[in-house]
Design a protein around this ligand. Structure first.
Ligand SMILES: *Cc1c(COP(=O)(O)O)cnc(C)c1O
Length: 388
């Protein structure tokens, strides 16, 4: 048997509560697509995907075809719609069709590849068209670029443009002028789509922060209504219980964030204990010297597992929770081992459970130590998954 060094516990009930909170905040009539890319932000896409579908989610968003086919297999059905959001390799078109995935397209070549894969399969397929409005990543830009994709879509027998979408750059900024400019460009592009005779069923824009901020949801509802389409928003982080702090005004701060609870708890066990004399040093670089006698606990995780080196005592003053109390990291986090101070936690024993991330030490705490965002911390965790 292999030793499980660390594991992640996922609360299915909290996931459901967050899903309901997001749906309520997105408001009536707005469909939510649950984003489960990057292994559901480190939460395990198979378990999370199944739970979301059981909870009524009809749309899930994955990164690429590999995630899409794996999730399709894990779900064991093909009625849930899986949107492949990040990139389309032309050679993947037959597999996209075979697994009933829905690609995001934005070039005439994408449409051609889907057209011939659908013809070969003998049935029509649906695609979503991404419009470039200010991220400068994927998407057809207004004008000639968009015109060439629309022309191909218009002449297609086998490909149906089911959805039209774009992505916001500054959704966590309340009243952002960048967002306003993106909405403006999106509206113009939608006019160009309509003028080409294409009638998408879905129009989608926005992420968790857009739901929390609120104004884009209102704009989206009105815009979709005008096109006789259904509005949809793509939410990831909020389902997992986190939300960026809104910048600018406090307007919508309470709208979503306060109703979310983290669903992930990352745990390990104490694998060693050591009494340390005053003057002894700890870890690589001997960056820590005990100023008094101490008791250290050894943990079998390190930066290779996603427990970041910035949590080292010399860098960021990270901590873990043992017996509901903070045990500060001592010395440097190594690749697969970390030492923490349990001098003030007499309950700490061999085998004691340790919370690396969860109650008392959130993904936002980790993000602060590392100068990053909760997203990067969560999808960097490498552990076994346990669905509660
Ligand atoms: C990841 C992603 C989202 C979800 O963003 P969150 O901030 O996690 O809600 C939405 N749309 C696209 C295109 C994405 O890539």
């Amino acid at each position: 048997m292999t030793l499980v060094k660390s594991w992640v516990e996922i609360s299915g009930s909290r996931l459901m509560e967050n899903l309901r909170a997001v749906q309520a905040a997105a408001s009536a009539g707005v469909e939510t697509l649950a984003v489960v890319k990057a292994n559901a932000y480190g939460h395990g896409a198979a378990g999370v995907g199944r739970a979301l579908v059981a909870g009524g989610a009809r749309w899930l968003g994955v990164n690429d075809i590999e995630e899409g086919t794996e999730l399709r297999r894990a779900l064991g059905e093909d009625s849930t719609r899986l949107l492949v959001m990040c990139g389309m390799d032309l050679a993947d078109a037959p597999e996209i069709v075979a697994h009933g995935l829905t690609p995001v397209v934005w070039t005439a070549e994408h449409v051609d590849a889907m057209e011939s894969a659908a013809r070969d399969a003998g049935h029509r397929v649906k695609v979503h068209l991404e419009l470039e409005t200010g991220m400068a990543r994927q998407g057809a830009a207004l004008g000639a670029e968009l015109a060439s994709v629309l022309e191909r879509l218009g002449g297609s027998k086998w490909v149906e443009c089911e959805g039209v979408m774009s992505h916001l750059a500054c959704s966590e900024v309340v009243g952002s002028t960048v967002t306003l400019a993106q909405q403006e460009r999106f509206a113009q592009a939608l006019d160009q789509v309509a003028a080409a005779g294409i009638r998408p069923e879905l129009v989608h824009l926005g992420n968790s922060s857009a739901v929390a901020e609120g104004s884009t949801m209102e704009w989206l509802r009105e815009t979709a209504l005008r096109m006789k389409a259904k509005p949809m928003v793509r939410t990831g982080l909020s389902l997992y219980g986190y939300c960026l702090e809104m910048e600018g005004a406090k307007v919508a701060e309470g709208k979503l964030r306060s109703r979310l609870r983290p669903v992930l708890t990352w745990k390990t066990r104490v694998t060693g204990l050591r009494e340390l004399a005053a003057g002894a040093t700890v870890g690589y670089g001997a960056t820590f010297t005990a100023s008094h006698p101490m008791r250290l606990a050894l943990l079998p995780v390190g930066y290779a597992d996603g427990f970041r080196r910035e949590a080292s005592s010399s860098d960021g003053h990270g901590w873990v929770m043992i017996a509901a109390r903070r045990a500060p990291v001592v010395g440097r986090v190594s690749m697969n081992l970390t030492t923490v101070d349990v001098t003030a936690i007499p309950e700490a024993a061999l085998g004691s459970e340790v919370v690396l991330l969860g109650e008392g030490v959130t993904a936002e705490d980790h993000a602060r130590w590392c100068g990053t965002i909760a997203y990067e911390i969560l999808c960097g965790i490498r552990a076994h998954f346990v669905m509660l």
